[in-house]
Design a protein around this ligand. Structure first.
Ligand code: NDP
Ligand code: 8X3
Length: 248
């Protein structure tokens, strides 16, 4: 039986990914800060889902949690780097530096640290890494500033890992979704439920389950296939043009 470790499994895409993988027969280590949510998620899977509550920004806590994994869950075959967030929708000049640091610490520094820690196991097991990037990695939009920058890092780091892991048999993929209805917008707006509801209203956004099914598909492709980068959007979403600031 294969074992996956999913970060950010207390909500949205991460929780749906745990359900998809465990439902398909995988063992899963479900992680996030909210232990009660992890316990509730694991309860449905009869011992197949192990929970570990820690803040990914805390390298010591992350390391201790991985060291403390029970014997049957120590051999990680798949790392799903999903924990992440956007904070704020304002242009750079009106944004908070503290919010920028939180996004970099979570989306970049923590992702790199847990990847580094698990690489020896993943190489030994010819495993895989699936990173949650975003369309914001590729298409800039006002208010996306540092969030987009962190996701561009994730996309490019994925490609760099592919190059470095050449010949090891380890697969690495970047998934770049557009609009997915989760708690993402609630977090981004500091808990503004109305703003979140308004964004998704009538838009037929993608669901967390859509992305989880994509993770499962990538993870279960024949071992000679690697998805480098996969961009998805709901049909309702597409591209806007450049903007021009005119004189006068
Ligand atoms: P949610 O807000 O629903 O879930 C985010 C998850 O990340 C939660 O489980 C949260 O757990 C976890 N997380 C955040 N900060 C930390 C931390 N410091 N330590 C541990 N866990 C943390 O958002 P989504 O499911 O939408 O987002 C998942 C990923 O998908 C993110 O990387 C996001 O950038 C990306 N994405 C989302 C899109 C969308 O439109 N929703 C589109 C493209 C990409 P807890 O708070 O319990 O710690
Ligand atoms: C989330 C998608 O468009 O809000 O990564 O940046 S978007």
């Amino acid at each position: 039986m294969k074992t996956a470790l999913v970060t950010g499994a207390t909500a949205g895409i991460g929780a749906a990914t745990v359900r998809a993988l465990a439902g398909a027969g995988w063992q899963v280590v479900a992680t996030g800060r909210r232990a009660d949510r992890l316990e509730a998620l694991a309860a449905a899977f009869d011992g197949r889902v192990h929970t570990a509550a820690f803040d990914v920004r805390d390298a010591d806590a992350t390391g201790a949690a991985i060291e403390a994994l029970p014997e049957g869950f120590r051999g990680i075959d798949l790392l799903v780097n999903n924990a992440g967030l956007a904070l704020g929708t304002k242009p750079a000049q009106e944004s908070s530096l503290a919010d920028w640091r939180t996004m970099i610490d979570t989306n970049v520094t923590a992702l790199v640290a847990i990847t580094h820690r698990l690489l020896p196991t993943l190489i030994e097991r010819k495993g895989g890494i699936i990173n949650l990037s975003s369309v914001a990695a590729t298409y800039p939009y006002t208010g996306g500033n540092v969030y987009g920058g962190t996701k561009a890092f994730v996309k490019q780091f994925t490609l760099g890992l592919r190059s470095d892991l050449h010949g090891t048999g380890v697969r690495v993929a970047s998934i770049e979704p557009g609009m997915v209805e989760t708690e993402f917008t609630l977090v981004r707006t500091g808990g503004n439920q109305q703003a979140s509801d308004t964004l998704y209203a009538g838009a037929e956004p993608m669901t967390a389950e859509d992305i989880a099914a994509t993770v499962l598909w990538i993870a279960t492709l024949p071992p000679h296939l690697n998805i480098n980068s996969l961009e998805l959007m709901p049909v309702s979403q597409s591209f806007a043009g450049f903007q021009v600031a005119r004189k006068g």
